[in-house]
Ligand binder design. Sequence first.
Ligand SMILES: C[S@@+](CC[C@H](N)C(=O)[O-])C[C@H]1O[C@@H](n2cnc3c(N)ncnc32)[C@H](O)[C@@H]1O
Length: 283
Amino acid sequence: MSALAQSPAGSAVPIEPSLIETMPADAALEALLAAIRRNRFLPAPQPGSVFVGDGDYRLIGAEFLGHLVRLGGLRPEARVLDIGCGIGRIAVPLTQYLGDEGSYLGLDPVREGIDWCRAEIAPVYPAFRFRHLDIAHEIYNPQGLLTGETLVLPVGDRSVDFAFMVSVATHLRPAEIARYAREAARVLAPGGTLFVTHFEMDEAARRSSVRDPRRGFVRTSEGPDWHADPSAPLGAVAFDAGWLRACLRWAGLDCVTESPGHWRGGEAAHYQDILVARKPDTR
Ligand SMILES: C[S@@+](CC[C@H](N)C(=O)[O-])C[C@H]1O[C@@H](n2cnc3c(N)ncnc32)[C@H](O)[C@@H]1O
């Protein structure tokens, strides 16, 4: 609990540590998220340089910290790997949650995002590291020299407690996701967690008449992937029902939580679907 109460120099988190210590866990988390949402001392990039999607950078980051903790079981002492960290939208709120024993590594193919994180986050939080990987992506890094389909993550075997991909699998081809699933299984410690957001074309999504019109996915190949815009297929990718779960299972990870998002209509606390998988304790 002490990590929730940490108030690093200059970040002006207006929470009384003594109050936090006596709050039930979820109330303490909610208090932390509220403090992050209103904390204007936390760094945020210029709006014009945020390339990771619409919406409020600060609010979405805080929202996802809540999902990582509530749905994924993220703990303050975790060694965290953020695959596709963008421009630090989730790293920034994580600086307020991870404790002294925790650590964070963010990887991304967009050089500008990594440069911003290195300049604004890493000097103040040395346990937060960021690394550029020159992976080719037709939208995010068209000139990239590496292919994600054969990528070896620059991370040791069994050295990560919690890995996540937020709004990343929604921009990748199936073979690349399969590669990341295998790599996640390699780098996770036994009992470690992988948290992934995605769009799942289940029956509800196929039938829904209130689905977000920007997510009118169509099938464009024989594969399990569906695309919202066939002229820019990696702009938004969905997968056949059960495909991602089966892919993670093939890689050696067991799905422990599935939480459908509200992109297909209906009520949910998050937009994309969320899948949480765990590496068995025995591997
Ligand atoms: C919609 S953004 C989400 C960024 C971040 N996760 C967030 O929620 O703020 C998608 C990110 O995936 C990254 N990306 C694209 N291809 C990737 C790949 N092969 N491996 C890892 N990240 C990739 C992009 O550079 C971009 O930062």
